[in-house]
Design a protein around this ligand. Structure first.
Ligand SMILES: [Ca+2]
Ligand SMILES: [Ca+2]
Ligand SMILES: [Ca+2]
Ligand SMILES: [Ca+2]
Length: 286
């Protein structure tokens, strides 16, 4: 009987070892320049920095989506730099403000116990607050997370809709740089993590559907429709939830958010009218 458990335990431990080891995206770095610049043929024009990049086999240098002023860039690498030396300032370049890994954040834990929402309402005294206010549809909260089940019966009425965009016509009607972004945008672009990622982790697009349900749970806590006889009641009964997907599912049922995708998502949320942005994720290492 005992033997039966060994392969499962082994698999579990292997999964933990592989996944817990990932603090950042292998084979990538992010850098910020002191001045705006244009990348040409994978060259920044800063000679010493370009030389250092070439020793790492850097390629596909590109600006991070949505970040301002052409100062934030991502590069793919054939070889990892000595991150400790960079951290300690032993390696630095004039014209480069910082160099960092493309860190991976993990979703904050939300228990799956069905009565948890009732507990937190009591803990933060929501019923008393609801005597004064139950939310407002003029307030837009950005849910930068794993996406959301936007047709969920207890969420649909509170999902933000981009009224300046005409759906499904293949045109960026509001000229914000994103085509048919009716419910927000999916910024997940993580081909480097193909070994552990599953589902929709490759192509940024207007599909903000949630695959590990973390974002849906977060959206529900913040703004499930209240007093409608359905499901739970959000802290806000009435609010607009802008879904900005930047995290994906991994084989262990958890997930990650890459810094470059999360940064682009935050910029989108701020530029498109969020009053508040929620980020229920992070990394205990920094
Ligand atoms: Ca648009
Ligand atoms: Ca359109
Ligand atoms: Ca990415
Ligand atoms: Ca409800």
């Amino acid at each position: 009987m005992r033997k039966c458990y060994i392969p499962f335990l082994f698999f579990f431990l292997i999964s933990l070892t592989v996944l817990s080891a990932l603090e950042y995206t292998p084979g990538q770095l992010i850098f910020k320049t002191s001045q705006p610049l244009n990348i040409k043929s994978d060259q920044t024009g800063i000679t010493s920095f370009d030389h250092w990049l070439s020793t790492l086999g850097a390629h596909n240098l590109r600006p991070i989506k949505g970040m301002p002023n052409n100062q934030y860039f991502l590069a793919n690498l054939e070889q990892e730099p000595k991150w400790q030396d960079l951290k300690e300032g032993k390696v630095k370049f004039a014209g480069i403000e910082y160099i960092q890994p493309n860190y991976l954040s993990t979703f904050h834990t939300i228990p799956n116990d069905p009565l948890f929402p009732r507990q937190y309402h009591t803990i933060i005294s929501n019923p008393q607050a609801w005597d004064y206010c139950t939310g407002s549809s003029t307030v837009v909260v950005g849910i930068v997370d794993s996406g959301c089940l936007i047709n969920h019966p207890d969420l649909a009425a509170n999902i933000w809709v981009n009224t300046r965009e005409i759906p499904d016509n293949g045109i960026d009607d509001d000229n914000n740089g994103y085509i048919d972004d009716i419910y927000g945008w999916d910024f997940v672009d993580a081909p480097e993590l193909a070994d552990i990622a599953i589902g929709d982790y490759l192509n940024p697009d207007n599909n903000v559907e949630d695959e590990n349900f973390h974002g849906t749970a977060v959206a529900g806590i913040i703004g499930a429709v209240g007093n409608n006889g359905v499901g739970i009641c959000g802290v806000n009964w009435n609010i607009k939830l802008m879904i900005v997907r930047s995290g994906f599912l991994t084989v262990d049922g958890q997930g990650y958010l890459q810094d470059d995708d999360a940064a682009a998502a935050l910029i989108y949320a701020a530029d498109n009218g969020c009053n508040v942005i929620n980020m229920s994720w992070g990394d205990p290492n920094y």
